[in-house]
Design a protein around this ligand. Structure first.
Ligand code: FAD
Length: 454
């Protein structure tokens, strides 16, 4: 039997992992990546940009045999360290113990590790080759290099892992409308850096936490890097009244704002002016598509199919979960890629829609509610119910972050649990006023048990 060839566009996080999984399942895989090989060229100017890896992403990496290698290069984050404007910072643990933590990983380091693994599995990469157009009738693509030189390449089965601005998606959409809708968040982001501290402890602040400075309509977060630095991200409205990126166009305006709103953070960023003026403002949007594929010829995966806002730390995790589902479906389907692509969309789209909605909701939670007494009361009551009735109650964050329960299930169940918590608290912020035995009885009577966890 001849080996089926799959042409992948994009060798980023999702593309590189998918390529390895497909090669291990016997496919011949070719990847065209617009950028130069980061292992030779250095990743994004050497800046440390990191991401939170959670259970779903880890599970996909286990399937690829790479989880151990990745965790060796990761920093454990046990919970959220919340920094109010004044007063003391406190750690809100994510789980009951260190079995429920998330991991801060370097985006560049992870990408390079995945590229090495894919190459070792037999994948061929063509770097510096961006997709320009795709002729889906002729099953042919046009690639363009940095010098503007174009070349043609046959591609009977195409998969687009080329990110939120996917060129394959544009070509597919032109061929047959995909029902595309892009909803801008209206907020942008900028990355800053806390450098390693001098002395025995390399970290200037608690290393094993995701730090949040919630300020209502905006916030900063910081994730640790193995070498002791932290990547700080400022999230702020893009336009409009102060504070927005419009009203903070440069480091002079921004440092005055930070002195007032983030007084404990500013002194930790010695190169604030260079970081602020040198780093671009990133934009954030949610991408919705009605269709992810054109019969068996072309399919979108990862951010190319469902880019989401980053506030649940799940974009990559969701894309990694995608890769395992797709690799399994393609391996089972033989040469019937149309069936596999349709089934992939059927399984994954409701879940992508659910995590898109939860990621948007989580922005409000992170920038605002983590300091809100009503939110904290619900969280505390939820924790008590989960302890007393673990088969019936699990915080939504925990379902999303530490289990493999489908996102769509976590979304629905989270809604139902939230309604119940509101009813039990009746507007109070004092959990002690809620009789726990009666609350557990109501929970049992209202909601079915949770599904078994794998
Ligand atoms: P990308 O990572 O965008 O990779 C696409 C690849 O395709 C790139 O290598 C690109 O060069 C290549 N490419 C683009 N166009 C072409 C072309 N025409 N031809 C060939 N190649 C092309 N997710 C998490 O799980 N946890 C987090 O903590 C987290 N934090 C985030 C923070 C921020 C500020 C942002 C913006 C996102 C965050 N995400 C996080 C989301 C995560 O970054 C994405 O979901 C993830 O990178 C998607 O991977 P991907 O491979 O689909 O796309």
């Amino acid at each position: 039997m001849t080996q089926q060839t799959i042409t992948l566009i994009g060798g980023g996080l999702v593309g590189a992992l998918l390529a390895q999984l497909l090669a291990k399942r016997g496919f011949k895989v070719e990847v065209f990546e617009k950028r130069a090989d980061p292992r030779l060229a250095g990743f994004i100017g050497g800046r440390s940009i990191n991401l939170a890896l959670a259970e779903r992403g880890l599970q996909a990496l286990r399937t690829a045999g790479l989880a151990g290698d990745v965790l060796q290069r990761a920093v454990m984050m046990r919970g959220r360290m919340v920094h109010p404007v004044s007063g003391t910072s406190g750690l809100q643990r994510y789980g009951v113990d260190d079995s429920e933590v998330i991991w801060s990983v370097s985006r560049g380091g992870l990408n390079m590790l995945l590229l090495d693994a894919a190459e070792a599995a037999g994948v061929t990469f063509h770097f510096g080759q961006g997709l320009a157009t795709a002729d889906l009738d002729a099953r042919n693509i046009t690639l363009i290099d940095d010098n503007g030189t174009q070349r043609q390449h046959d591609a009977s089965v195409l998969i687009g892992a080329d990110g939120a601005g996917s060129a394959l998606r544009a070509a597919m959409n032109e061929y047959q409308p995909l029902g595309q809708r892009v909803e801008p968040l209206g907020h942008g982001y900028k990355e800053l850096e806390i450098p390693p501290a001098t002395g025995a402890d390399h970290f200037a602040i608690e290393p094993h936490a995701l730090h949040i400075w919630p300020r209502g309509g905006y916030m900063c977060i910081a994730l640790p890097n193995t070498e002791g630095s932290f990547t700080v991200t400022l999230f702020l409205p893009a336009h409009g009244p102060h504070p927005s990126f419009d009203t903070l166009p440069d480091a002079t305006a921004a440092s005055a704002f930070f002195r007032q709103d983030f007084p404990d953070l500013l002194p930790l960023i010695p190169d604030f002016a260079a970081d602020y003026d040198g780093h671009p403002v990133g934009s954030l949007s949610t991408l919705y598509l009605d269709r992810w594929h054109i019969d068996g010829r072309a399919l979108l995966i990862g951010d190319a199919a469902h880019a989401i806002v980053p506030f649940h730390g799940q974009g990559m995790n969701c894309g990694f979960e995608d890769t395992v589902v797709l690799a399994d479906l393609l391996a089972e389907s033989g040469s019937d890629t149309a069936d596999a692509f349709a089934e992939f969309q059927r399984i994954r789209k409701p879940n992508a829609d659910a995590i898109a909605a939860m990621a948007l909701e989580n922005y409000i939670e992170m920038r605002d509610s983590v300091a809100d007494p009503r939110y904290l009361a619900k969280r505390e009551l939820g924790a008590r119910l989960a302890e007393r009735a673990p088969q019936h109650f699990m915080a939504r964050y925990r379902m999303v972050t530490f289990t493999h329960l489908p996102y769509a299930y976590a979304f629905e169940r989270g809604r139902a649990q939230d309604v119940l918590l509101e009813q039990l608290l009746r507007g109070s912020t004092n959990v002690e006023e809620v009789p726990l035995d009666a609350a557990v009885a109501t929970l049992h009577a209202t909601l079915p048990p949770l599904p078994p966890l794998r």
